[in-house]
Design a protein around this ligand. Structure first.
Ligand code: HEM
Length: 497
């Protein structure tokens, strides 16, 4: 590898860690350049100056300090080559926010950087066909970004790749010892918890009853939060009274709801029988499942909504096109109704483009394999953890023209209708904002409905414009999801209709 070698040499020449070698003492009188160096005289060699002298630098011999040179220089070179090559191979290193790297020095035991390097590192495997195997702890962790390998793993070998890793202590407490859908091992417990959520709550025919249920929960939560203004809030403090209230409703047949009875997620959990442990869920487990339901559903959806609205503010022509489509469907209507949404292909395209360009999660939750499997000639050993990059798949230039451009038209057919797009990636993976295969987000249908419903109504009620013609900054930062670094600031003007 001549280039890494040249890099190391150049590094050592330009920034030698020691600017002097240790003082040398001469053992007998010696004449150096017509100078007498007396016996026992101390000679200090400036090695930094040596490496920087343009006249000397031309001469390769000047770098070979004879006799007393570091005995481990070969080993040091090997270490530097090995680590630099691997660090550059595994990660792309970028300065933070385009900061210039300050290369000034200071003297410590060696000559070190005055301001230690601060950099963002991006795994190279985001760009490569298949990630390398990185050993973390006792089990290897694998990173996959290529879309066909995603398909091979998540769809074609879905059962093998569907497991989750054992929770660490804190994770184990939060998930009530892995009694939530996203943490449960792939097996009967995961099956029953996931089936209960999808059939009882996420099933499309129930979709209509969700809004009042959410409104009810929201009102109770709001009341609870108002009482606790200024105090620290624990999720359990809010959820346990709600769970108890639902229990009471279930036990006390006399208590009637005002209006129609609405099934809540808690209701579906109260009688659930765990298949292997042959018992019902305890209170802590119900809290964990409700927290999972709220956490998995709220942050992801609101992040996606935020990104989509920001793009509509940044690109007024897209917002206008969307508004015209809504007007064509809604006419003089006060609001966009859920039934109207199916008649709006451009709206759907805006949402899909938002999820492609800004998926709220850049990785799926880690998957664990249940048996040895070879993926792209690489052995993924049993219990190895596989991390799938979602964002990179949707930005692949081989699949998407101008992948960084926000262009909803890519999801519209040539006649302006809806271009059929399989968000589950069953036949082919082109983007996976919700994952794919057995662990795919069970609520992707509900999430799409919410996004379509809220975006359509927000654009129908208001025209959204940037504040004082500000450009909208779409840089991101990582929190629970990948959010906007600088929150959207926009002015809203009621639509004159
Ligand atoms: C825009 C909104 C949403 C996005 C982008 C999203 C994305 C995801 C992703 C990427 C996963 C991981 C899939 C995997 O590891 O293979 C996931 C899992 C999950 N999501 Fe969502 N999600 C959204 C909304 C929701 C909502 C509204 C709910 C609940 C009502 C929900 C509940 C879950 C659950 C329970 C899991 C775990 C599934 C399992 O492990 O089997 N998500 N979601």
């Amino acid at each position: 590898m001549p280039y890494p070698m040249a890099l190391i040499l150049e590094g050592l020449r330009r920034y030698p860690p020691a600017h002097f070698v240790l003082p040398h003492r001469v053992t007998e009188d010696a004449v150096l350049n017509n100078f007498l160096v007396p016996r026992k005289g101390i000679v200090n060699f400036f090695i930094a100056e040596l490496g920087w002298d343009p006249k000397v630098w031309e001469d390769p011999i000047a770098f070979r300090l004879e006799r007393r040179m570091c005995p481990a220089y070969g080993l040091a070179m090997l270490h530097l080559e090995y680590f630099v090559a691997n660090l550059v191979l595994s990660f792309e290193w970028k300065s933070v926010d385009g900061d210039d790297i300050d290369l000034s020095e200071k003297q410590e035991l060696t000559t070190v950087m005055k301001n230690p390097l601060q950099a963002h590192i991006y795994p190279r495997n985001l760009h490569s066909k298949f990630g390398r195997i990185v050993r973390i702890g006792s089990h290897p962790a694998i990173f996959v970004s290529d879309r066909s390998l995603n398909h091979q793993a998540l769809i074609q070998n879905g059962a093998i790749f569907a497991d989750r890793s054992s929770a660490l202590t804190t994770g184990g407490i939060a998930s009530s010892n892995q009694h939530t859908i996203n943490t449960a091992a792939y097996g009967p417990l995961w099956g029953i918890l996931r089936r209960s959520l999808t059939s009882e709550i996420l099933n499309p025919s129930r979709a209509k009853s969700y809004s009042p249920a959410r409104k009810w929960v929201l009102q109770v939560l709001r009341k609870q939060l108002t009482l606790k203004v200024g105090d620290a809030i624990l999720v359990e403090d809010i959820l346990i009274p709600l769970i108890m209230a639902r229990k009471k409703v279930k036990e006390d047949k006399e208590v009637k709801y005002e209006g129609e009875h609405i099934l809540s997620y808690v209701d579906t959990l109260l009688d659930l029988q765990l298949p292997e442990e042959k018992r019902k869920l305890d209170e802590g487990e119900i809290v964990s499942l409700c927290s999972e339901f709220l956490n998995a559903g709220t942050d992801t959806t609101s992040t996606a909504l935020h990104w989509i609205m920001s793009n509509l503010v940044k690109y007024p022509h897209i917002q206008e096109k969307l508004f015209m489509e809504i007007r064509r469907v809604v006419g003089d209507g006060e609001e966009v109704k859920e039934d109207d949404l199916q008649k709006m292909p451009y709206l759907k395209a805006v949402i899909l483009e938002g999820l492609r360009r800004h998926p709220p999660a850049h990785f799926l939750l880690p998957h664990r394999v249940t048996e040895d499997i070879v993926l792209n000639h690489i052995l993924v050993p049993r219990e190895g953890t596989v991390n799938f990059f979602t964002a990179e798949v949707g930005w692949d230039p081989k699949v998407w023209d101008d992948p960084v451009v926000f262009k909803p038209e890519r999801f519209v057919s040539s006649d302006g209708g809806e271009e059929m797009f399989d968000i589950t990636g069953s036949t082919e993976i082109k983007m996976i904002p919700f994952g794919a295969g057995r662990g795919i987000c069970p609520a992707y249908g509900l999430a799409m409905l919410h996004l379509e419903y809220f975006v359509a109504n927000l654009v129908w009620f208001f025209e959204w414009r940037p504040v004082d013609g500000d450009d909208i900054d779409l840089s991101d930062t990582e929190e629970f999801t990948i959010v906007m670094k600088n929150l959207l600031q926009a002015c809203m003007y009621p639509r004159l209709r």
